[in-house]
Ligand binder design. Sequence first.
Ligand code: GDP
Ligand code: ZN
Length: 296
Amino acid sequence: MAAHGRHFVVGNARGERVVCVTRGKKAGPACGDRVQYTATGVSQGVIDALLPRTNLFYRSDAFRAKLLAANLTQLCTVVAAEPSYSDDLLGRSLVAAEATGIKPLIVLNKVDLAEAAALARSRLALYGTLGYEVVEVSLKTDPKGALTRLWPHFENQSTVLVGQSGMGKSSLLNCLVPDAQAATREISLALHTGKHTTTDARLYPLSAAQGQVIDTPGFQEFGLAHLSPGTVERAFPELAPFLGHCRFNNCTHLIEPGCAVLEALRLGQIDQRRYTLFAHLTRESRTQSHAPTGPH
Ligand code: GDP
Ligand code: ZN
């Protein structure tokens, strides 16, 4: 449910929180992982095994790929009418979802701010044309309506929440998990840390249904340098019709003559903002080495 240094909070079948350590120097589990543990004391244990994962979700910083969560089915990005959200960060989280093989969901919050919401809506229209779902809510002024609209998207899903701070991610979490604050305190208590503990991610089971949400800290950057160039290419659904139609079969779609992607861009069939992000991520990716066993 949470990781803090070498300590891991495990929720067991009886609903208890057990603080576990791992044996040896193996890479630790991530939020959302399923593990087997042996109890070593009251609310304490040792992790014996990590069960197979369906997927892993990473974000890179300047130095390395950081494992944030595992076993996800959905990535929800929270944006708001105000303050203005970053297109670059939203685009990157959609790429992260595609690269992880999970469903991207965009939540537009603060639609009560009518003028700003209209602007945000027109900026988001692009993503609608790409097939990404946008759910509009006003978590503060209409929490009941928000819950009604959000619930079908979250029940039975394992969702990781991402967003810049100030967009309403905490409001969203509290809407879906009314006892989230108590759950956060329980995790901090189990870890014997103060209330200001910064864990990388925390898992909250949905109280009224199957499903869970994993909250991640608000971010200002969303590094994706760990993705291989091929993964970046496949993470842009609008490129798919043009791939395989370039003059060179190892085309990077950055500068080559006879590139079908660059031609589609010129004809306005691919959005300039999306291509800029694609080119940026491809260059970022090409300056990294990608070990075959590492994140891809
Ligand atoms: P976080 O930083 O992403 O976790 O965002 P919070 O949930 O803490 O919300 C940031 C600010 O936006 C707070 O001052 C909230 O009161 C405000 N806020 C959240 N939802 C809404 C909304 O639907 N409408 C308006 N006008 N303000 C909201
Ligand atoms: Zn090309």
